[in-house]
Design a protein around this ligand. Structure first.
Ligand SMILES: NC(=O)C1=CN([C@@H]2O[C@H](COP(=O)(O)OP(=O)(O)OC[C@H]3O[C@@H](n4cnc5c(N)ncnc54)[C@H](O)[C@@H]3O)[C@@H](O)[C@H]2O)C=CC1
Ligand SMILES: O=C(CO)COP(=O)(O)O
Length: 355
């Protein structure tokens, strides 16, 4: 790595733009160690008034579509060409909706520096169709680009981070040099980070909480009592932990109590987009696809796609009965069962058979 490290943000949505601004401000304080310009890959779009999104971002220093009314530091440069954005980057921060990861990584093949490293902030995963095993975003980045990949997840609703409201996050890293760089770039008095070696579990928790947050939304939309809503979160969290244990039995037990675990679930179930979308669905009977398309102005829900992957994985392992909250979340998203079924099925949850 050269002495002045270059940073590329692969993504420019609601969280992508927020983190670009966050890191942009931070490198101004760090001076010589980091290139002072943050390059942010922005998939080009023509806005309603005919202007190009990248040009608007670079002229107004505001992502008017995905992070309106938040001014970005002037050292954040939106770049429409993916290969140009990552060229010479030493640190790549991946923050696109998970459904675009494979295609984006394919486009990046052989385009990144061999001694670069990546960190994923993306909440979602795939299931490999042949093996029925999880295919994590960090693994796709690692295997396609041939560079190490860390993960960072936590209770980080973008708008609040952009407003500099206190939050924390959990970073998965097995390399102390990379950890130190992430600490330098992210950690601030209002954004504290903690480190664990469990890159994969951190990432799986970040994906799973979107599904359980949707269940909280279904329950709230149905005006379930506070006790029932709490039960959904507890049983959902239990299923998250059990799901993680299917993947890696040796994770640090404390990881579930970190920001990437219980805290992200709480934040998302109080005010995340997946929660809000699911609540609207239960209240109005509009489909999640319609809600996403009509109400979110291009921002994307990660919960429905993840619910499908989780369902496929559990079905392939004949474990659906052990995970009724995850099972019902998918069936509700598909319109195959009514949201109220989720509440009715709680009484038969396998938790009650154990002790
Ligand atoms: N928004 C939030 O509060 C948080 C989001 N995250 C996670 O970060 C990831 C990215 O989320 P956001 O930045 O909020 O995105 P977003 O929900 O704002 O999505 C819009 C972005 O998707 C991009 N996009 C659309 N089609 C694309 C394609 N074919 N290829 C690549 N990009 C395409 C758009 O250009 C735009 O930048 C997600 O996995 C999300 O779960 C994590 C923490 C907080
Ligand atoms: O991940 C998030 C907060 O940590 C945001 O969740 P949503 O995508 O549901 O808004």
């Amino acid at each position: 790595m050269s002495s002045s490290k270059k940073i590329a943000i692969v993504g420019s949505g609601n969280w992508g733009s927020t983190i670009a601004g966050h890191v942009g401000e931070k490198v101004l304080q760090l001076q010589d160690e980091y290139d002072q310009q943050i390059v942010m890959w922005c998939k080009e779009e023509i806005l309603d008034d005919g202007s190009k999104l990248t040009e608007v971002i670079n002229e107004k220093h505001e992502n008017t579509k995905y992070l309106p009314n938040k001014i970005l530091p002037e050292n954040v440069l939106a770049v429409p060409a993916l290969d140009e954005a990552v060229k010479d980057a030493d640190i790549l921060i991946f923050v696109i909706p998970h459904q675009f990861v494979k295609q984006t990584c394919e486009e990046l093949k052989s385009k990144v520096k061999s001694d670069a490293f990546a960190i994923t902030l993306i909440k979602g995963f795939y299931v490999d169709e042949e093996t029925n095993e999880l295919l994590l975003v960090s693994e796709i980045i690692k295997s396609t680009l041939n560079i190490p990949c860390l993960s960072m997840m936590g209770a980080n609703i973008a708008k609040e981070v952009a407003d500099k409201v206190f939050c924390e996050a959990t970073v998965g890293s097995r390399d102390s040099r990379h950890s130190e760089i992430v600490r330098q770039l992210i950690d601030r008095p209002y954004f504290r980070v903690r480190f664990y070696p469990d890159v994969e579990i951190i990432e799986i928790l970040g994906a799973l909480k979107n599904v359980i947050a949707m269940c909280a939304g279904f329950a709230d939309g149905l005006k379930a009592g506070f006790n029932t809503r709490a039960a959904i979160l507890r049983l959902g969290f239990r299923e998250m932990i059990n799901f993680c244990r299917l993947h890696a039995k040796e994770s640090s037990p404390d990881i579930y109590l970190e920001s990437c675990g219980i805290a992200d679930l709480i934040a998302s179930a109080l005010g995340g987009r997946n929660y809000n979308g699911a609540k609207k669905m239960a209240e109005t009977s509009r489909s999640l696809e319609d809600i996403e398309r009509e109400d979110l102005n291009g921002q994307l829900l990660q919960g429905p796609g993840t619910a499908k992957e989780v369902y496929t994985f559990l079905k392939g392992k004949n474990l659906l009965d052990q995970f009724p909250v995850f099972r019902d979340a998918y069936l509700i998203c598909q319109g195959q069962v009514e949201p109220k079924q989720l509440l009715e099925n709680l009484t038969h949850h396998p938790e009650y058979n154990e002790k």
